[in-house]
Design a protein around this ligand. Structure first.
Ligand code: NAI
Length: 471
């Protein structure tokens, strides 16, 4: 039996980051994944391929609908979906290969197969050919990720009724695409296919899309997507999805606002109603791994489970199912195993939806502040008053900063606009360092940049914005 200081089960962002940190610390580390390539959902069928398609489809949309404003002429603009998918796969290949290189460089033992913790510290790996290998680990980190959630009344056949796994690889543009769930996945993939010509209808059971953001943010997003042709049915519940015999089209039945019956036809239905932790076969049942009420693995602040020597991180434990949250947990967990002071600041985890405009947020929203009874001051600045946004032809949206009403400490930020994903880290950093809205407002920002709108929003918290009258 081969022995390791640390065995990581799952090669997604949480697992591979934890493995690399462990190797850096000097732990003899192994990583096991049943996929032939590392990277988990994020690199293979999530964050990365979706960003590749979002960019390609955005270029097409620009060439078709916006280029003329710039005096650019593209006649008969069209696209080659096969090439678009090929580029996407090439991006994935480059990154996953890079990970293999990182494993080698850090001398991490890489095992292909399904790992199962059969006893504390003992992992059995079952390989594709059925052979098994037994490993001993002083500590074991579980990072097995998540899979798409399903709906009780909807059968996912992976042909007509699909998850994000398939919607990232359609081999032709659906004529009519119904998306159930207007969260991150639904909005991003709905955007991709709408830009490429699908008639997209989104069904969301909450009264607004992207509900983790404030209503003023989601209103701008919804309007922008509607202008791209996306239709929304909010407060709508899907009651049935029936796939027609032979022709592969679906009929989606729903109830709108609890009253009106709605029937939509679609050649593809994307179910994007969240994700659930994936633990299938990772821990032998008789070990009695403790779960929370919501089905996540129960851990303490050191990421320890109830099984001796077993830790859990990433999508299988509480918190947002985000790659970067998992990565930071990977580092913190391994540092704690090694007796160091690893730490994740759960108040400073950014969240982004990569539509156009992008939506990005961190920390408190106005909604949350109200719910928690925290008095906040809010500063807002629109991109229409920002020189770079106008020059970039990207005016919709705004930056919004929330600060503690008494202390001015920065508690949250939301940005909707072009490149919001690259603007939010500034607010994240200020929150991480316990800084104030004034700190952000008094920091020199390059001109002309869209980041000046973030600075102005911070100044607006104390009615000191320059470019628009104070609120
Ligand atoms: P989500 O939780 O973001 O959104 C799901 C949406 O579906 C919610 O708005 C919910 O109200 C709605 N919903 C649930 N049941 C429904 C029903 N029966 N009928 C209609 N609507 C229903 O989940 P999503 O978009 O599937 O993403 C899964 C996870 O992956 C999330 O944790 C998300 O944060 C993460 N993710 C992050 C991305 C990013 O950072 N850009 C991109 C993609 C996913």
């Amino acid at each position: 039996m081969t022995s390791f200081d640390l065995i990581v089960l799952g090669g997604g962002p949480a697992g591979y980051t934890g493995a690399i940190r462990a190797a850096q610390i000097g732990l003899n580390t192994a990583i096991i994944d049943k996929r032939e390539v590392l990277g988990g959902t994020c690199l293979n069928i999530g964050c990365i391929p979706s960003k590749a398609l979002l960019l390609s489809s955005d270029h097409f949309h620009f060439a078709r609908h916006q280029a003329a404003r710039h005096g650019l002429k593209f006649e008969n603009v069209s696209f080659d979906l096969t090439q678009m998918m090929k580029r996407k796969q090439e991006v994935v290949r480059q990154l996953t290969q890079g990970l293999e290189f990182l494993m080698k460089k850090n001398r991490i033992t890489r095992l292909f197969g399904t790992g199962e913790l059969v006893a504390p510290g003992k992992v059995v790996v079952t390989k594709k050919d059925g052979t098994q290998e037994e490993l001993q680990g002083r500590d074991v980190v579980l990072a097995t990720g998540s899979v798409p959630a399903e709906l009780p009344n909807v059968t996912i056949d992976r042909q007509t009724v699909v998850t994000s796994d398939e919607a990232l690889s359609f081999n032709q543009v659906p004529k009519e695409l119904v998306v159930i769930g207007a969260g991150a996945i639904g909005l991003e993939l709905g955007s991709v296919w709408a830009r490429l010509g699908s008639k997209v209808t989104m069904i969301e059971f909450l009264p607004r899309i992207a509900a983790s953001f404030d209503p003023d943010v989601t209103q701008v997003l919804q309007k922008a997507l509607e202008s791209e042709g996306v239709k929304f049915h909010l407060e709508t519940t899907v009651t049935a999805v029936a796939v027609g015999n032979g022709n592969g089209t679906a009929k989606v039945d729903a109830i709108d606002k609890g009253k009106h019956k709605l029937q939509l036809s679609a050649d593809k239905v994307l179910v994007a109603v969240g994700r659930i932790p994936y633990l299938h076969g990772a821990v032998a049942k008789d070990l009695g791994l403790k779960l929370t009420e919501r089905g996540r693995v129960a851990v303490d602040k050191h990421y320890r489970t109830n099984i001796p020597g077993l830790y859990a991180i990433g999508d299988i434990v509480d918190g947002p199912m985000l790659a970067h949250k998992g990565e930071d947990e990977g580092v913190a967990c391994v540092e704690r195993i090694a007796g160091k002071a690893g730490h994740v600041n759960y108040d400073a985890i950014p969240n982004v939806i990569y539509t156009n405009p992008e939506v990005a947020g961190v920390g408190l929203t106005e909604d949350l502040a109200k719910q928690k009874g925290i008095a906040v001051k809010v500063g807002k600045f629109p991109f229409i008053a920002n020189g770079r946004a106008l020059a970039n032809d990207q005016p919709p949206g705004f930056a919004k900063i929330l600060a503690d009403a008494k202390t001015d400490r920065l508690l949250g930020a939301q940005i909707i606009g072009f490149g919001a994903s690259e603007l939010i880290p500034e607010a994240v950093t200020i929150i991480e360092f316990g800084g104030s809205a004034e700190d952000l407002g008094r920091t020199v920002h390059a001109h002309p940049t869209m980041s000046e709108a973030v600075k102005e929003a911070a100044l607006a918290v104390n009615n000191q914005a320059f470019s628009i009258p104070p609120r």
